[in-house]
Ligand binder design. Sequence first.
Ligand code: TXA
Ligand code: MG
Length: 364
Amino acid sequence: LYDPKSIFSVASEEAALMEAVKLLKEDEVIGMPTETVYGLAANALSEIGISKIYSVKNRPQDNPLIVHVSSLSMLESIMPENRIPPIYLPLLEKLWPGALTIIVPKADIIPSAITCGQPTVAIRFPSHPVARALIERCGFPIAAPSANSSGKPSPTLASHVMDDLNNRIPLILDGGQCDFGVESTVLDGLRNPPAILRPGGCTYEDIQKLPGMEKLQVYRKHFVDKQLEMMPTTPGMKYRHYSPEAAVVLLEHPVDGSNGRDTVAAIQKEIDRLVEAGQQNLKVGVLHTSDEFQDFSDNKAQIISQQMGRASHPEEVAKAMFVGIRHLDSQGVDYIFIEGISEDREGMAVMNRLRKAASTIIQL
Ligand code: TXA
Ligand code: MG
């Protein structure tokens, strides 16, 4: 548990939870761990709490929030006529609690500040024990966007929340490093066919094999929709996202594969180009999944390279990605070169975030 004014540890988890519940009941916002990323939590039924979320993270007023519940009965209690759309039932049985957010019709009890006037609301049942305990004890659903300041990489450690929101919130519950490291998958099952609006921790492969999801599509990969494109509700479309101070250069492997040597050569070429263009005292970070980087150095630039998991294990890359970007950024590098992976399983969410973070994409 952190108190941004005076970091302290409380004697027990119990005392930390009690303090968090008290603050949420007083319409405060706090940092909360989830299995995906840290959230900036407030009472989802409180207009005051919700307005504080937007101001604390400097979030555009037209970007709607996810509501977090701790049981199916809590979900039912905030649905119109207490009815969950049947399309979701097989998914909830298999994939909840977890990294799946569903879009459902909005009931009157949900303040329109959460949905930014949309007729639908996004709901998730997180599996992280601290998040679950917190929601259960509050007895009300919790609205929570990722707890970064708007536009920055998402926080996967309590210290990231401290770095971004220091002095702006009274408390952060420290639940350790987030297991997934990328945000939840946002699924719109009200569309026909159902569509993933934002790939995330719950994979396309796991959703698609469930009843009713055979024709599952991924927005922008399988279809585009002019109307969706214009809406800020379509995750990550309208606003700049995941951007550290350093410029991010993404190196994308072709679908039929290339190897780490190609990545090394491409980075060296890009460093040469930057130096020739007059960049001095170049300091670059490299986040890689290939082994060829073990003793990677370059006489034209200072290089800090860091392994971001193995490409064959996309869940490792997802977990290490934001923490790696934030770490290199804190070292004051000018550029962060990142080696992309294939879009299988968690790789789809990884590449979605990296393409948004990148100011330059180099196809290998
Ligand atoms: O893993 C997560 O989802 C984390 C943790 C804290 O739960 N939360 C998170 O929230 O990533 P945020 O606010 O950073 O992203 C929520 C996304 C936004 O891109 C928003 O556009 C989308 O969900 N969203 C919210 N309500 C929606 C709606 N009614 N229709 C479509 N998209 C919606
Ligand atoms: Mg976010």
